[in-house]
Design a protein around this ligand. Structure first.
Ligand code: ZN
Ligand code: ZN
Length: 267
C-alpha cells in the first residue's frame, strides 16, 4: 500500500489503498489547500523528476529538494563531535544524499520544528537505520504517519546530544521548537524553523501564527518565545528557507525584533 504525500505541504501519510479524504495540515488556517484542490503524490513519484540537493550555507550544510516542491522545505545538518542531527526534513530521500550525509559523520537523530516540516521523516529515519525523530508532544496531533522511531518529548528543553538542545517555544504551533547548536570553534546557532522567521533584511526575525495567510502572533506568544531563548547564547539564526539566516549578533537581532514586533502590534 502506498504512503500518500500531500502535494501542498509534503506530509506523508500512513499507508492506505486510496488517498486520504483531506490533509488536516493544509485544511488548517496556518496552511492552505491548493487553489486547484487537494492533490496527492508519493515519494517514488516525486523522485522521478525531483532530486535532493546539498549545499553549503555559510558553513552549515543545507538539504533541499529541486525543483522546489510543496512548501520548499529545507533541512540543516548540525554537526558535532558526538554525531550529527538532521534539523527539519524534506519530502524526498535519495541514496546519494544519505551517503553524502553519512560521509560527514553518523546522523544520530532527526529533530523537527513543527508540522510543516514533517514531510518524509519516517523515510529519513529508516534511511539512517531507524534513528529517533524528536517531535514536541504539542505537535503530536499533526503526525500523519505514526512510527516507533518518533519520540515525543515534553517540557521546555531536551538535550539530544551534548551540543544540541531542543527548545520548546510554542507560538506558530503549540509544539513549535527550535534547536540550539553549540559550536566549539564558531558562534553558536539557533536553527529556528519558522518559530523565528528571518526576514528579507536578514537583520530581523518575525513571528506569525499563519505565514501564508498573514495572521500575526499575539504579544503573549512572542514574549513566550523570547523567554524560552533568554538563557541561551547564540550568534547566528538559520530559519526555515534557503539563505534566510542572520550570521552575526543573532541574539541581539532577536531582541531588537521582539521589541519592533511588540511595538508594531500595540494599540
Ligand atoms: Zn498538506
Ligand atoms: Zn510553518
Amino acid at each position: 500500500m502506498p504512503h500518500f504525500m500531500c502535494v501542498q505541504c509534503a506530509v506523508q501519510f500512513a499507508a492506505s489503498d486510496s488517498p486520504p479524504s483531506s490533509c488536516p495540515i493544509c485544511s488548517d488556517p496556518r496552511q492552505y489547500v491548493r487553489w486547484a484542490g487537494q492533490a496527492w503524490t508519493t515519494m517514488e513519484e516525486l523522485g522521478r523528476d525531483h532530486a535532493v540537493v546539498l549545499r553549503d550555507e555559510d558553513g552549515i550544510l543545507s538539504i533541499g529538494v529541486e525543483p522546489a516542491f510543496a512548501i520548499g522545505q529545507r533541512a540543516l545538518l548540525a554537526e558535532t563531535a558526538d554525531g550529527n542531527v538532521l534539523w527539519d526534513c524534506v519530502p524526498l530521500v535519495s541514496d546519494e544524499a544519505v551517503a553524502a550525509l553519512t560521509a560527514r559523520g553518523k546522523v544520530k537523530a532527526i529533530a523537527i520544528s513543527h508540522p510543516h516540516f514533517f514531510s518524509a521523516i519516517v523515510e529519513w529515519s529508516r534511511a539512517f537505520g531507524n534513528i529517533p525523530v524528536y517531535i514536541h508532544e504539542g505537535n503530536r496531533p499533526w503526525v500523519m504517519r505514526p512510527d516507533p522511531a518518533i519520540v515525543f518529548w515534553t517540557g521546555e528543553t531536551k538535550a539530544i546530544l551534548p551540543d544540541v538542545t531542543l527548545i520548546h517555544c510554542g507560538g506558530h504551533f503549540d509544539g513549535s521548537s527550535v534547536c540550539h547548536w553549540r559550536r566549539r570553534d564558531k558562534s553558536n546557532v539557533v536553527l529556528a524553523g519558522d518559530t523565528l522567521q528571518v526576514v528579507m533584511d536578514r537583520k530581523h526575525v518575525s513571528f506569525m501564527y499563519s505565514y501564508p495567510n498573514a495572521v500575526p502572533l499575539n504579544a503573549r506568544a512572542v514574549k513566550c518565545i523570547a523567554g524560552a531563548l533568554e538563557s541561551f547564547d547564540y550568534g547566528q539564526v538559520y530559519s526555515a528557507f534557503w539563505n534566510m539566516r542572520i550570521l552575526a549578533d543573532g541574539k541581539g537581532a532577536v531582541a531588537r525584533s521582539v521589541e519592533r514586533y511588540l511595538t508594531a502590534i500595540a494599540d
